[in-house]
Design a protein around this ligand. Structure first.
Ligand SMILES: C[S@@+](CC[C@H](N)C(=O)[O-])C[C@H]1O[C@@H](n2cnc3c(N)ncnc32)[C@H](O)[C@@H]1O
Length: 275
């Protein structure tokens, strides 16, 4: 079954949340070997996320939350060769892949775990970095954990997604059937509110749009599958039939531009200093 990506895992009941996390683990683990080749957007976003780390600041303990294949964690390793660096991901397949890609002369600690319940002591890290991952958890839980593991004066830099993300795909699906394949993404104001409630004031925040283009809906969905992001919070009840795929393709055509079918991402970048 093909589902479309989800964001901002809603609180739901404990069982629903556990089931969702299982699916996240399975999808991302399966995608570990295909992810990097498909991750054009993710690499572009990560480059901007890295710019939020002040060049003159030195860090001794760094955590990458939702580290995936470890591509960005290894960038951090190159930038901070003397730091103790840990990458954590819920998907064991991702952590195994990341570990296999890491040269032993540049060690990184790889952990399998949930960003809503980080397996680290309080006041451990002076930099927590996370690119396009925190939206997979319940934001308030994730931020509480990040705040807990950061040392006083520590820095959190992140990128995440906002409500305009994949709006074309969402609109096209609405023409096909009434299944709610895609969750609602938080707005910037909603995200900022969660930070404020947790006394984590954003000392820098900005938003940037990114658009990718595809020759067809089939190519677009194939790439989302290769990335592992085709995880549904509430999976569609019916199977994806050829008929539905054709209907989706037809509905998407109104968005076509000379470069192809657009898929937009509304990305937020932020930086928080703990006191
Ligand atoms: C879109 S990928 C981003 C990976 C990497 N940061 C990058 O920029 O390429 C999101 C990652 O978050 C991980 N993830 C999802 N939910 C998680 C959770 N609750 N705890 C830890 N990692 C999680 C997924 O397994 C996946 O590897």
């Amino acid at each position: 079954m093909l589902a479309t990506p989800q964001e901002e895992a809603p609180l739901g009941n404990a069982r629903t949340r556990q089931q969702f996390k299982k699916r996240v683990q399975t999808h991302f683990s399966k995608a570990a070997t295909s992810y990097d080749a498909a991750a054009l957007l993710q690499q572009r976003v990560a480059e901007h996320t890295h710019l939020l780390i002040p060049p003159s600041q030195v860090f001794s303990r760094i955590l990458d939350v939702g580290s995936g294949t470890g591509y960005q964690t290894r960038q951090l390793r190159r930038r901070y060769p003397n730091a103790n660096i840990t990458g954590i991901d819920l998907a064991i397949g991702m952590a195994q892949y990341a570990s296999a890609q890491t040269p032993c002369h540049h060690p990184i600690h790889w952990a399998v775990g949930d960003m809503e319940c980080l397996p680290f002591q309080s006041d451990t890290f002076d930099l927590v970095y996370s690119s396009l991952a925190i939206q997979w958890g319940e934001l308030s839980h994730v931020l509480q954990e990040i705040k807990r593991v950061l040392k006083p004066g520590g820095l959190f830099v992140f990128s995440s997604l906002l409500c305009g993300t994949m709006v074309e795909l969402k609109t096209a699906w609405q023409q096909v059937d009434d299944e709610s394949r895609m969750n609602r993404f938080k707005t910037l104001a909603e995200k900022q509110q969660v930070f404020e409630q947790l006394h984590m004031p954003l000392n820098h925040v900005h938003r940037r749009w990114e658009t990718l283009f595809y020759p067809s809906v089939r190519a677009m969905l194939g790439e989302l599958k290769a990335l592992g992001v085709n995880v549904a919070q509430s999976p569609a009840r019916g199977l994806m039939t050829r008929h539905k795929l054709n209907a989706l393709g037809n509905a998407y055509e109104v968005h076509r531009q000379p470069q192809g079918l657009p898929l937009s991402y509304e990305v937020v970048y932020g930086q928080v200093n703990t006191r």
